[in-house]
Design a protein around this ligand. Structure first.
Ligand SMILES: [Zn+2]
Ligand SMILES: [Zn+2]
Length: 310
């Protein structure tokens, strides 16, 4: 049989250079698209995470006679050794403990949220993991929707405050819990939203917000307050948000979306109210029907580990 002497010819240098040029061109064309796909993927994951957090809050309310959990708790109690220990809880740590998930807090040292409590775009170099003064919060609660709690188990005091805007505090008793079933536009009012952070020179670290309130807290670039803020999904101009009715979406983060229309808004029975933007009213204000009763009886302090003693 005739041997196969037809050896395969290798690439010439010119052919190799052409191939390299084509590959480089393809990479240049495809990389931005791939990067965009990854950005979109992270947004989808973040929306999914914040939706799960919203569902956890809805489950909490369902088991707590429609009362929403507090957005902030300052708890003072005796520790295992009989010494007085006190510290703050933010809503994410509180809800994680309530749901039976591990979520180390400041009591046990600084740590970073994982799983559904984490925004997949948060990076240390970008915004310092969004440190708050009470922990790390990747998704901040609507400050007008949730109550705050100061509980001192040593002297037995319990104080619930609603930090609603202006007259909204006066409309409802200070001791009232926010009730999820009294929110008038459950599909429009935001419960949680992806957090922003800004560099605070005086503090020498990036600060996130422990809760957001007015529109100036809601957008990444805050012309009203003159501060440049960092949002995770800036590239896509979206901020994931979960709503009272349980759905979640990426709402626009541009100032135009939030600052489109100025309006005077006052609780019924008040002559004048605070100046709010339309989206503030739609998304943030506790836009609720009056209700009666409702005491601070259903909030459950999550179990916390005692601080490790040296
Ligand atoms: Zn996010
Ligand atoms: Zn600070």
């Amino acid at each position: 049989m005739k041997p196969n002497t037809h050896a395969r010819r290798g690439f010439t240098l010119i052919e190799l250079l052409v191939v390299i040029a084509i590959v480089a061109a393809l990479v240049a064309i495809l990389l931005p698209a791939l990067s965009s796909v990854r950005s979109t993927g992270r947004l989808v994951v973040c929306v999914s995470n914040i939706r799960q957090q919203g569902i956890a809050i809805a489950a909490y309310a369902n088991e707590s006679r429609e009362r929403l959990p507090p957005k902030y708790i300052h708890l003072t109690e005796y520790d295992r050794d009989g010494e007085i220990a006190s510290g703050p809880w933010l809503i994410n740590a509180y809800m994680a403990k309530w749901a039976g998930e591990e979520f180390p807090t400041r009591f046990e040292g600084w740590s970073h949220p994982t799983g559904m409590w984490r925004c997949p775009e948060v990076r240390m170099e970008a915004d310092g993991e969004r440190l708050t003064h009470n922990g790390v919060l990747h998704h901040a609660p609507n400050g007008w929707l949730f109550s705050s709690v100061v509980e001192n188990r040593v002297n037995g005091s319990l104080f619930v405050s609603n930090q609603a805007h202006a007259g909204w505090d006066q409309r409802y008793a200070q001791s009232d819990w926010r009730r999820v079933d009294s929110v008038r536009r459950a599909d429009a009012v935001i419960m949680l939203m992806d957090n922003v952070s800004s560099w605070e020179a005086a503090h020498n670290h990036h600060d996130a917000r422990e809760f957001f309130e007015a529109g100036c807290e809601a957008v990444k670039v805050d012309n009203e307050c003159g501060t440049q803020k960092i949002g995770s999904h800036d590239r896509l101009s979206r901020r994931p948000a979960s709503f009272v009715d349980g759905h979640a979406a990426g709402v626009p983060s541009e100032g135009e979306y939030w600052f489109d229309e100025q309006s005077m808004y006052a609780p019924p029975g008040q002559a004048s109210g605070p100046t709010l933007w339309r989206r503030d009213v739609e998304h943030l204000v506790w836009y609720a029907e009056p209700h009666s009763g409702g005491g601070p009886e259903e909030y459950r302090t999550p179990r916390r580990k005692q601080p490790r003693r040296p």
